[in-house]
Design a protein. Structure first.
Length: 353
């Protein structure tokens, strides 16, 4: 059997790790294709190094473009790889343009598609991620769901065949790394545990919307809390377009470059609270028991809200301020993300399919 994995963005490298480990153990031929959607060292190569993921067999070097052009370039280049390698199955991960392009390229060539992290829904088709995940789910043979909610979402859409509840692959890697992870990031940045807020912003609705970005930052520049902000390249670019802020306004901010996976875990674990629009960070905050403030009006990870660890505030200044000040206490609920063996289950099922 020959399997091709297609990745392209930072969260996908983490999701890939448990799957690739199982493929290695079973000595299954595996080809890794990196579309090049994320290409900076801090957003790409460092993850391969830190997680001991082999160098990609193909790097398509697509880079940054408009949504349509980027997806089209991926389709063209992925198709060439698939025609050359002739895999038995293609595995795609998450909800990026790389996910959709990989799935479309494969299905057009009658190659079965496995979607890792299937069934997530924001119920907002104006989000590129929602379009990518809905379309990918429609054309996949294997739909590997991280939670019961994801399974139910697919059932409501009439998708029941090939749907499997396997658990969250990100929890696999979190569980394995958290036992031994060592990071010097707090010492390097001269931070004390529970004495800072951690902020991440990368989604289109915030990073590419000056009004929303301004509202989020306005709520934080007036805070008495120290704010650590690993700034995403697209957010850094957008910040330069907002003329109403001066450097002196960010006196409580510590701007840093994007950090590695293990350094990010350390920053999350030791934060007083986390403010983010990232799905992965929401989950990691929940796993650490750190209160999370989500800078969106909805989340695919509803379990974190139901458990009391996550508050949805959108980009409303007053809601953000209130959430920062509010005491957050989680409630006892059944753990919804599996037992850390999702990668094993995925390869079990792919191998029999």
């Amino acid at each position: 059997m020959k399997i091709i994995s297609i990745v392209g963005a930072r969260p996908q490298f983490i999701k890939l790790k448990p799957v690739i480990e199982e493929l290695r153990k079973r000595k299954i031929t595996h080809i890794l294709v990196h579309t090049g959607q994320h290409y900076d060292y801090e957003m790409s190569k460092i993850f391969f190094e830190e997680l001991s993921i082999p160098e990609p067999d193909y790097n398509l070097e697509v880079g940054s473009h408009t949504q349509g052009k980027q997806t089209a370039l991926m389709l063209e280049r992925i198709e060439k790889v698939l025609l050359k390698e002739k895999p038995d199955i293609v595995i795609v991960y998450g909800d990026t343009n790389s996910t959709l392009a990989g799935a479309l390229s494969a299905v057009k060539l009658n190659i079965p598609v496995a979607h890792v992290e299937a069934g997530l829904r924001s119920f907002r088709m104006d989000m590129p991620e929602e379009v990518n995940r809905v379309l990918t789910d429609r054309i996949s043979k294997f739909l590997f769901c991280p939670t019961r909610t994801a399974v139910n979402n697919l059932k409501k859409e009439g998708i029941t065949k090939g749907v499997y509840l396997v658990g969250d692959v990100m929890y696999d890697i979190f569980k394995s790394k958290i036992k031994s992870h060592k990071s010097k990031i707090l010492k390097k940045l001269k931070l004390r545990p529970k004495e800072y807020l951690l902020l991440t912003i990368h989604r289109q609705e915030n990073a590419d919307n000056p009004k929303n970005l301004k509202s989020i930052l306005s709520a934080l520049v007036e805070s008495e809390e120290k704010v650590v902000f690993p700034i995403h390249p697209r957010t850094k670019k957008a910040l330069k377009m907002i003329k109403s802020f001066e450097e002196k306004d960010f006196k409580n901010f510590l701007f840093i470059e994007p950090v590695s996976y293990l350094d990010m875990l350390a920053l999350e674990k030791n934060a007083k609270k986390i403010l983010t629009d990232s799905g992965g960070v929401q989950k990691e905050a929940y796993w650490f028991g750190v209160p999370c403030i989500t800078l969106r009006n909805e989340t695919e990870w509803v379990e974190t809200v139901e458990a009391g660890w996550n508050t949805l505030v959108g980009f409303d200044v007053e809601q953000i301020r209130k959430a920062i000040l509010k005491a957050s206490l989680g409630v006892e609920t059944a753990f919804p993300y599996g037992d850390g063996r999702a990668g094993e289950r995925i390869i079990d099922l792919v191998g029999t399919g």
